[in-house]
Design a binder for this molecule. Structure first.
Ligand code: F6R
Length: 365
């Protein structure tokens, strides 16, 4: 039931903090991250030398963020693949390749096919899923349930953030197993994850900012989303949410790519959403914003509280509180873009819970 919310999308956006709290509960043990569900011995974990992250849609975006963390923390090379692409090529599997599938429903046909193929090639297959007893869970060697609770809205919100947290735990588990991180470091990162629910609550309390910004899309035909590093993924996911629920065309690019083509789209009033948190690539993205503004386009920034440069430059800012770790910014920043997409869709008279042409789980290849 809706429990007082106007639609499931609103309800599920609001449930994100509790979902993450549930997932983190009892996960930090004396020996690091508790993840017995992996069903792998410490030796097996330590010997993983390559990881395939496989998924579709929003869950694929989770893989992109997970790759950044696993490569940096555990120093294991990661390949991210759309399941529907991996299924028609030869994966480069070693004797110690781990395949991780990420699937909210656990029933996405392409993802299941990919998992079966990887298993056939001798890989251990680990599933990150939200559905207990789903096909993905039953057929995998190990399963991590993200426990976000049933996701009814066709467009994924709480599963996205919960899956990102689940993958952060996996990255920490791998880093501890292969000696790239010690227990103290793991604990430090875990504490940062524990800060996520409060930060998301804070963003949700600022939803009026998204409601205001949604007016800038009233006469738009298209929108461009830009971000750098892990937040290029926030741009992809923000654009996907917008087109899915509002039927407004949206494209996303790593910010530095704008000048290689998409800049031709810019004209007065064209909405550009730029994710520009306080991080090591902040100033580079600010230059892109200056290019956007110089062409008369409308910039809607997602920026960190206290960023005076952005406050001066952009009329429309979706503010996020400071996040203790750069890799975790996507978990906080996306909440604004989920709410923005919802407000734009409602203003355009769309049914946010049941967008046309889409099904909650795609059980055909
Ligand atoms: C977008 C969305 C889809 C799914 C995709 C994979 O909001 O919901 O892109 O993410 O169909 O679904 P799962 O995660 O169930 O495999």
């Amino acid at each position: 039931t809706l429990g007082g919310y106007p639609d499931f999308m609103a309800k599920e956006i609001n449930e994100q903090p509790e979902a993450i709290e549930r997932l983190l509960h009892d996960r930090l043990g004396e020996h690091g991250i508790e993840m017995d569900e992996l069903n792998m011995t410490a030796e097996e974990l330590a010997s993983v030398d390559r990881i395939y992250l496989v998924a579709c849609g929003t869950s694929y975006h989770v893989c992109l963020i997970a790759r950044a963390m696993i490569e940096d923390w555990a120093k294991i090379p990661v390949f991210c693949e759309y399941a529907s692409e991996l299924n028609y090529k030869e994966p480069l599997v070693t004797d110690h390749t781990l395949c991780v599938i990420v699937t909210q429903s656990g029933e996405t046909a392409d993802t299941l096919t990919a998992a079966r193929r990887m298993k056939g090639l001798g890989c251990k297959v680990f599933a990150v899923t939200n559905v207990l007893g789903s096909t993905a869970a039953r057929e995998s060697d190990g399963t991590l349930y993200v426990q976000a609770g049933p996701e009814i809205c066709v467009c994924s919100t709480k599963a996205y953030t919960a899956q990102m947290v689940a993958c952060s735990l996996l990255a920490l588990r791998l880093a501890l197993a292969n000696g790239q991180m010690d227990q103290t470091e793991v604990e430090r990162h875990f504490r940062n994850l524990q800060a996520m629910p409060a930060l998301i609550r804070e963003v949700i309390s600022r939803r009026w900012q998204d409601q205001e910004a949604s007016r800038l899309f009233r006469s738009a035909h298209s929108a461009l989303f830009l971000g750098r590093g892990v937040n290029s993924t926030t741009a992809y996911e923000g654009a996907l949410k917008l087109k899915e629920v509002s039927y407004l065309h949206a494209e996303a690019y790593p910010a530095g790519e704008m000048k290689h083509g998409p800049i031709a789209l810019l004209e007065p009033g064209f909405p550009v959403v730029a994710i520009v948190p306080a991080d090591h690539v902040h100033d580079k993205t600010v230059s892109n914003i200056q290019e956007v503004i110089a062409r008369g386009a409308t910039c809607i920034a997602v920026a960190t509280d206290g960023d005076e440069k952005i406050a001066k430059l952009c009329d429309n800012v979706l503010w996020i509180p400071p996040v203790p770790e750069e890799y975790l910014v996507p978990i906080v920043a996306i909440v604004h873009l989920q709410m923005l997409a919802r407000y734009v869709a409602i203003a355009r008279g769309c049914d946010v819970d049941k967008p046309r042409n889409l099904a909650k789980s795609v059980t055909v290849e």
